[in-house]
Write a protein that binds this ligand. Structure first.
Ligand code: HEC
Length: 165
């Protein structure tokens, strides 16, 4: 290597280290914080086990916070997903919703899984390969998520008020 290239490489390495350490100083609010888990999921254990590895990091107050999720820039991405995920659907707060809402949420969940939107691919690859859903996992989830789909909730369809959400 010519001295000029060597110098350049050294600059890039040192620059990278400075930036890598420097970004750790940017405060990230909420990382590592789990509000109380207020309600059990209330699903059969085999369903809960699958959701625990594929959904609950972002959709509950039981988020696991490994080292890379506490280290920038991982922490920035993680807090964004957890904040948004919990806001859309939080299984730890779910007990506050009535049975109709929970039924809708479950059906929504199945739509997201069937269409491949959830769990998000960037969550699965490469850090959470365990969140990848097998066909058997999907069948287990589907059975629970659609268990009340055809149940008539007794509400008259024609003059039912428009969707609450
Ligand atoms: C990496 C975090 C993450 C994981 C893991 C994840 N989600 Fe999500 N989920 C989100 C985010 C963020 C949104 C908000 C929509 C968006 O911004 O794309 C969302 C939206 C949703 C919605 C739509 C809610 C609404 O209000 O319309 C459903 C349903 C859902 N997720 C179900 C699931 C299920 C079921 C799993 C597991 C199989 C799962 N998610 C795994 C982050 C995640």
């Amino acid at each position: 290597m010519s001295p000029r290239i060597k110098k350049l490489v050294r600059l890039v390495v040192i620059g990278g280290l400075v930036i890598g350490v420097g970004i750790q100083l940017v405060p990230v609010k909420g990382v590592g914080v789990n509000p109380p888990d207020r309600f059990p999921l209330g699903a059969p254990p085999e369903v809960e086990a699958i959701m625990r590895r594929a959904c609950l990091d972002c959709h509950s107050n039981e988020t696991r916070w490994p080292l890379y999720s506490r280290t920038a820039p991982g922490s920035w991405l993680m807090i964004r997903d957890v904040t948004k995920g919990r806001k859309h659907l939080n299984f730890s707060e779910w007990g506050d919703s009535d049975e109709d809402e929970r039924k809708l949420d479950r059906e929504n969940c199945w739509d997201q899984i069937e269409s491949g939107e959830m769990p998000p691919w960037f969550y699965v690859y490469p850090l959470h390969l365990g969140a990848k859903l097998s066909e058997a996992d999907k069948a287990t989830l589907k059975a629970w998520m659609l268990k009340d789909k055809d149940k008539d909730d007794g509400a008259p369809k024609a003059d039912a008020p428009a969707d609450k959400k």
